[in-house]
Design a protein around this ligand. Sequence first.
Ligand SMILES: CC(C)(COP(=O)(O)OP(=O)(O)OC[C@H]1O[C@@H](n2cnc3c(N)ncnc32)[C@H](O)[C@@H]1OP(=O)(O)O)[C@@H](O)C(=O)NCCC(=O)NCCS
Length: 144
Amino acid sequence: MDILPTSFRDLNGLHKLEHACFLDDAWPLLDLIAVLTWPDVVRLKAMLDGQMIGFIAGDPRPSQGFAWIATLGVFPEYRRQGVARALLTECERRLEIARIRLCVRTNNVAAIRLYETADYQRVDIWRKYYHDGGDALLMEKAGG
Ligand SMILES: CC(C)(COP(=O)(O)OP(=O)(O)OC[C@H]1O[C@@H](n2cnc3c(N)ncnc32)[C@H](O)[C@@H]1OP(=O)(O)O)[C@@H](O)C(=O)NCCC(=O)NCCS
């Protein structure tokens, strides 16, 4: 597996991945275009046999003093093989900001476990954050 930067040419693959991973929470096409083109965003894909199997985007916000992990997903058939952890580690390295934040559904056990094992702490709960009324867990990693 290779971890590589993405470009606008990855839009189709990212669109498929987004729907496979997030169902009703999937970003609309315009947001996917933005994440693939917005300046300074760290966007990485995991590639296996010429196919995108995972994606991560990290948004540095130096004025806020931290960066955000904007999205992270891996196709179901490639999960539990370390793909997300590899993407997260490389994204954190490229963000070059010690403090990183993210939001995750409070019932997303897999993602919360991944982030906890990567040293993210539970910071807050944002009630009714998602369109269906679901709560978000705010997590933060304070690097050294
Ligand atoms: C969350 C997600 C990105 C994890 O991807 P992944 O490639 O399977 O994760 P990894 O294989 O790198 O797992 C790393 C660690 O995370 C934890 N983890 C991952 N999936 C887990 C699961 N289903 N149950 C419990 N722990 C899990 C484990 O600690 C795992 O380490 P281990 O396999 O050595 O036990 C993937 O399940 C996914 O795409 N989900 C849908 C989209 C999503 O929820 N994204 C996060 C939004 S904030």
